[in-house]
Design a protein around this ligand. Structure first.
Ligand code: DP6
Length: 355
């Protein structure tokens, strides 16, 4: 029996309560792409926790039978509600008490849906922080703060892999790795203290190349890795990249950091292009922006680099002390390449918080 299983029952306690949590999205530096079994990652990954892109989720709960009614941005959303209800049923072996309650969930995102920012990480981690709060109120079993976060990360992973990393401040790492103490496939851990403080205040400007809905969901993308001919090499490379990246971040080595982060972004998209069926999520403007960023870096020697999510938008990453120069570069060269001139400013943030 693992430490996260809680078979306690609500029984005939009279329950009626409410809790609200805010949880951010994250941007992976070493990418999780490929999974097996019950949400186990094919390789270890690490991400910056963001600040401005977050979900805020209120859970109202009372005695019941596991029913979920969900409001997203103030409107009833049956599909999203059914997804959450299914998730709660799927973890009945871990927390059977969910089936003794009914939930009314209201969730909002700080960022527009059209921004192409991954919302599953923020939404699922906000939900799971709330569920852990309820669990602790009922059974007082998560009063240790570290264990609370570990369980919230564990549950978040079961809802959406990348969500496991969002609960922690600044830098979350998920997936067993021989060189990372305490790492696990079951939950993410907080690794921000093992890196140079320059990374604690990194900036992330999100340049919107296209806000169109993704052609391929990441769930399907992960699945396609099962058949990808490069999969084994990729999983090995990701674990090696993670070791190199963590050393570079520990030493404040920005050159190695930038080299690995860009390689990871392009490898993710190369894997999509070499899956069967093959798919391309990059837009022509994504490539033009990448070219422009690399030329700017070569010319100015400023430490600015990009990463990509499973979509066409560029996440520009740079230390806060060069923000003025980078902002000027964005205004002069990148803004005109963004769809409707949309850019979202974000930065490394502090993880989930109770409201
Ligand atoms: C490209 O966490 O969205 O953003 O576990 O199926 O919900 P599921 O997938 P998800 O995949 C994220 C993929 C990625 C890379 C990353 O965040 O590491």
């Amino acid at each position: 029996m693992n430490e996260f299983i809680n078979t306690q029952k609500v029984g005939n306690q009279n329950i009626n309560g409410e809790t609200t949590w805010k949880s951010p999205s994250n941007i992976a530096l070493v990418k999780y792409w490929g999974k097996y079994g019950r949400q186990m990652p094919a390789n270890a990954s690490v991400s910056f926790t963001l600040e401005n892109a977050f979900s805020k989720t209120t859970l109202k709960y009372k005695n019941g039978t596991g029913k979920v009614v969900l409001f997203f941005e103030g409107e009833k959303n049956e599909a999203f509600g059914a997804k959450i209800e299914k998730f709660m049923q799927s973890v009945e072996d871990i927390n059977p008490f969910y089936q003794e309650l009914d939930f009314e969930i209201s969730s909002t995102n700080s960022f527009p849906h059209s921004a192409g920012i991954a919302s599953s990480a923020s939404a699922m981690s906000a939900l799971c922080m709330g569920l852990c709060e309820i669990e602790n109120k009922l059974f007082a079993n998560l009063s240790d703060k570290d264990f609370f976060l570990k369980k919230a990360s564990y549950l978040s992973r079961l809802a959406s892999g990348s969500a496991s990393r969002s609960v922690y401040p600044k830098l979350g790492q998920w997936g067993e790795h021989p060189e990372i103490e305490g790492s696990s496939n079951l939950y993410a851990i907080d690794v921000h203290e093992s890196v140079d403080p320059i990374f604690h205040t990194f900036k992330n400007s999100i340049l919107i190349a296209s806000s169109a809905v993704k052609e391929v969901s990441s769930t399907l993308g992960h699945k396609m890795m099962n058949e990808n001919p490069y999969a084994d090499v990729r999983f090995k490379q990701a674990n090696e990249n993670l070791a190199k990246l963590m050393t570079a971040m520990k030493n404040g080595d920005l050159d190695t950091f930038m080299q690995i982060v860009e390689l990871e972004a392009l490898t993710l998209h190369a894997l999509m292009m070499t899956s069967n069926p093959s798919f391309i999520l990059l837009q022509p403007s994504t490539i033009v922006m990448i070219d422009s960023i690399r030329k700017f870096r070569k010319k100015t020697r400023l430490p600015v680099c990009f990463t990509l999510d499973a979509g066409p938008n560029i996440h520009l990453l740079y230390p806060e002390n060069i923000a003025t120069e980078v902002q000027k570069f964005i205004q002069d060269e990148l803004l005109e390449l963004c769809e409707n001139g949309v850019i979202i400013e974000d930065q490394v943030g502090n993880g989930s918080v109770k409201c």
